[in-house]
Design a binder for this molecule. Structure first.
Ligand SMILES: C=C(O[C@@H]1C=C(C(=O)O)C=C[C@H]1O)C(=O)O
Length: 365
């Protein structure tokens, strides 16, 4: 067979496989519609059904990754199924998601990574607004950054948890790549100002010291805002990610300029919905202890003696008294697990206040 004939035969085969895939996806979508009908039917009058089930979605993605034999790698296959599930869920109910805007931020990228693209995503001007929008029921969920592997905690998010009653329903981790972006009219040899969010400027500090030591660094409210500004200024550049570059039509003067190649940010999904255990969960709590010597030790002992894996501990001023503090703690397990219940009870007995912010499936993607 000639090359042209081989190619033709392969394309015929791909067309026929696509037809089968389409048939299967449509079957799956009809199943999701049936699920919605069952959810509606089994509900007492007046109550709204819970369409989105993060614990089930985590299971589906893990199951697919276990079955996968290649040639596509696990992450790629999971990403495809993430989008299929997103479209199926949108048939049941399109989710409304608030994120820290404007459009083009890493928070939006995190929201789409977690929920897929078949959602209605709504940019908010500040982290606190994301919390308020979820609390008011104007959106189903919110996506907020909580920690960066280079720069540490996002304090605005931690403080917002002290002010709002919110359930953490999930987490998502995003590899953060920063680029130096310029517009069509930028004179690249005469840059006097570089705009970005303070976190991003900090994540690229060494690179900036080496390449633009004398250029003014201007912190603005988001990377997307930085990208927007350079469009109208011939002597400035922005540090932002791919989404912002595309959205504002900027080109990359330098790529992947973050100081640490593994630079990642962890985001939390906030909502009003308790998530049942999956067997591979994390829990986040806020605790305040009496202001006495050994208080932190006392708090940590029950975790240690029960062999519970702490993944993070953060301290913030409590806001209710000078020099009093609250601890934000993340650990492996679900608050309904008997062992975790026991530990929480022990801590609760010693603490001034203990609040479980939520138990949720560990990030799959
Ligand atoms: C279909 C369901 O509803 C939603 C859609 C899912 C899917 O497409 O697999 C999974 C969980 C839910 O978010 C379900 O609850 O099983």
């Amino acid at each position: 067979m000639s090359d042209a004939d081989q190619l033709k035969a392969l394309r015929v085969r791909i067309d026929s496989l696509d037809e089968k895939i389409l048939e299967l996806i449509s079957d799956r979508a009809r199943c999701a519609q049936d699920v919605a009908r069952v959810k509606m039917a089994s509900l007492p009058a007046g109550e709204t059904p819970v369409f989105y089930r993060p614990e089930r979605e985590a299971w589906v993605l893990k199951h697919i990754m276990e079955l996968n034999k290649g040639p596509l790698d696990n992450e790629e296959v999971a990403r495809l199924f993430r989008e299929i599930m997103s479209s199926c869920l949108a048939l049941e109910q399109p989710l409304k998601i608030a994120y820290l805007g404007p459009e083009g931020t890493f928070s939006q990228a995190a929201a789409l990574k977690h929920f897929g693209h078949a959602v209605i995503s709504q940019p908010m001007a500040a982290i606190d607004e994301v919390f308020r929008e979820v609390a008011a029921g104007a959106v189903n969920f919110g996506v907020v950054p909580v920690e960066n592997s280079t720069e540490g905690a996002v304090n605005h998010t931690l403080d917002s948890f002290l002010e709002h009653d919110m359930v953490i329903c999930g987490e998502v981790e995003l590899r953060i790549h920063h680029h130096l972006l310029v517009g069509e009219t930028t004179k690249t040899d005469r840059i006097t100002r570089i705009y970005s969010h303070a976190q991003s400027l900090a994540q690229c500090r060494k690179w900036l010291d080496a390449h633009y030591p004398n250029v003014e660094r201007v912190a603005v409210s988001s990377n997307a805002d930085a990208a927007k500004r350079v469009k109208s200024e011939w002597n400035s550049a922005a540090i932002a990610g791919d989404m912002a570059a595309q959205l504002y039509g900027l080109s990359k003067l330098a790529e992947k300029i973050e100081d640490r190649p593994d630079n990642s940010t962890r985001f939390l999904i906030i909502g009003n919905q308790e998530v049942p255990p999956t067997g591979d969960d994390k829990t986040s709590i806020i605790v305040s202890m009496r202001n006495k010597p050994g208080a932190l030790h006392e708090l940590l002992v029950p975790f240690h003696t029960n062999g519970i894996d702490l993944t993070r501990i953060e301290t913030r001023p409590s806001r209710s008294g000078k020099w009093t503090y609250v601890f934000f703690i993340d650990f492996v397990g679900h608050h309904q697990d008997p062992l975790i219940k026991d530990v929480l009870e022990k801590i609760g007995n010693e603490a001034v206040a203990l609040k479980v912010l939520g138990s949720y499936p560990k990030a799959v993607l």
